[in-house]
Design a protein around this ligand. Structure first.
Ligand code: PGA
Length: 227
């Protein structure tokens, strides 16, 4: 099981230090970029929460896939729904970011998912086809299915709903690439629902937001998944 903590923009320096002092389980952590070197120096597997669609050059505030790789980062989240919403990222931009990530040998975690009231399968198919346009090698691609109505809300779909959505994702991917892909679930995963969610058969792991910023809770989740 692949466990990835998306620490988002939740932590100050003090909280990061406290986390690092107390947590040494085998997960991938995606902190704010400003803290990436701390986590790398403490031998964690580290991902960035976003990468630039551009190569090295004059792009203020951006972090390129090459810089991340060069520093020792191994994963990159791309297309998170918060970036799609607040930063108005388009599927065409997300596609460019995935290309840069894969070109630089990062494991790219592509986030997809529908909002409440949207036609789930239609949204997912469109995101997959547009975000992966022109890409031929998906060996280093991971997909995170994150229904937007479940992120930070305390609500999760039923196991049956998640399982059906993952099968649908695998069907699209197999039709397009002739192989399957790792699919994670994300959205309000916590220590209380992990024992239920871990029973989903076709799941490769979890992308955990808020709950991953609390090292005690993250330890409980890891322990449950190791069971
Ligand atoms: P959440 O976030 O676990 O806080 O709902 C998940 C995510 O956005 O990746």
């Amino acid at each position: 099981m692949l466990i990835i903590g998306n620490l988002k923009m939740y932590m100050t320096y003090e909280k990061v230090n406290n986390f690092i002092e107390n947590f040494d389980e085998d997960v991938v952590l995606c902190p704010s970029s400003i803290f990436v070197p701390y986590f790398l120096n403490h031998k964690y597997k580290v991902g960035v929460q976003d990468i630039s669609m551009y190569d090295l050059g004059s792009h203020t505030g951006e972090i390129s896939a090459e810089q991340a790789k060069n520093l020792g980062v191994t994963y990159a989240i791309v297309g998170h729904s918060e970036r799609r919403k607040y930063n108005k990222e388009t599927d065409a931009e997300i596609n460019q970011k995935i290309i840069k990530g894969l070109e630089n040998d990062l494991k790219v975690i592509l986030c997809i998912g529908e909002n409440k009231g949207e036609d789930k399968l239609k949204v997912i198919e469109k995101q997959l086809l547009e975000d992966l346009n022109g890409i031929n090698n998906i060996d280093n691609l991971i997909i995170a299915y994150e229904p937007i109505w479940c992120i930070g809300t305390g609500i999760t779909p039923t196991n049956e709903q998640i399982e059906a959505t993952i099968s649908f994702i695998q069907t699209i991917i197999r039709e397009r690439f002739g192989q399957s892909v790792k699919v994670l679930y994300g959205g309000s995963v916590d220590k209380d629902n992990i024992n239920t969610l871990k029973k989903i058969n076709n799941l490769s792991g979890f992308l955990i937001g808020k709950a991953s910023t609390d090292y005690r809770q993250l330890k409980e989740i890891v322990a449950s998944l190791m069971d």
